[in-house]
Design a protein around this ligand. Sequence first.
Ligand code: GN1
Ligand code: MG
Length: 406
Amino acid sequence: MAYQEKELQHISRQFQIYGEILHAETFKIGHINETYSATYDQGGTRVRYIHQKINKHVFKEPPAVMKNVVRVTRHIRQKLEAGDREDITRRSLVVIPTRDGQPFYFNGDGEYWRTFIFVEGVQTFEAVQTPKQAFEAGRAFGEFQHHLVDLGGERLLETIPDFHNTRKRFASLMEAVEKDHFSRAKEAKPEIEFAMKHEALASVILDGMEKGRIPERITHNDTKFNNVMLDVRTGKAMCVVDLDTVMHGCALYDFGDMVRTTTSPTLEDERDLSKVKMQLSMFKKLSEGYLSTAGQFLTKAEKDLIAFSGKLITFEIGIRFLTDFLSGDTYFRIHRPGHNLDRCRTQFKLVESIERQEAAMQKFVGSIQCPSPSEPPLNDRAAIRPIATLQARRRGRDLARLDGDR
Ligand code: GN1
Ligand code: MG
């Protein structure tokens, strides 16, 4: 990753930002895109924006990615406005268009850049620290899915084909093992065996969807815990980010990735495997949070596979890391030799831990009371009162104050 100050200044001038750039720094170190935060002087006030270079090797059609992102963020914004929510630009990403009205800038080097409002007063974490954070992550992604249940218009574009097609992911692994271009298969023998032993997992949800038992929905598809921004002051989830893979999928894939990234106290590349475990206390809060918002639209078939989904997605990401290790580390950015193999080992250890506790996890989910479809999610009840009611209440308060003054 190379931050080129001159280049960034040039990029920044292409967007509808009314200010002068003061400085910029590398922001989030994800595995895929390059992200910078930049500070501007705007009429004497400092404001920040996010500039991001889209990884065009991973996202073959960046304009399609941005088309989806604009549709999704606009839809969510309308929902928040209709609900009279406060702090709307901290609750959903806002895409800043270029000076000619495009949601991205395509520079002469064939790179695609985009800009978002910088959400202030929030933080993200690589690993969960408290059960409350797990609850918030679940609630936020459940609300995200809920907002998109009625997204109208044409189908969202598939930004990465077969992204969560676990059968194809498994087939790619087998191909990489067979080719073994980098002679690394011997180093990963136990992991390859583990994957082969668990092959049957790959078909469970796909079969359910193919047979129409599990519905297709609009989902986030990359619900890592570090993609939820938490308010610094209250600890409440404000905004979910990283919307490049929002497309049609299965709600359970999103929940599964939350289990993968919120229930173990470790990072995704922890080398001390004795520390890697699915903590039931975290899972309980995560699923309560998720069902407080998603519980009103999920079907029984989906709810029945909630614990399983954690095992499946952890397995899926594990085989993706393993495939990349065997193929020469071309997809996920690595920071040391063997990094993808370490990441794979951590995932498989977590799969085993989930496996041992799956029955208890599912039993707990069965005991959670979900909100009924007509009922707004628990945390939102006050916030989504009709505007007229809120205005009447405010008027009432003002009158009471006047009465007191008399
Ligand atoms: C990638 O870049 P990041 O961290 O948001 C990947 C996810 C994986 C994740 C594993 C487009 O996400 O699918 O789950 O790494 N994103 C893409 O950490 O492949
Ligand atoms: Mg991502």
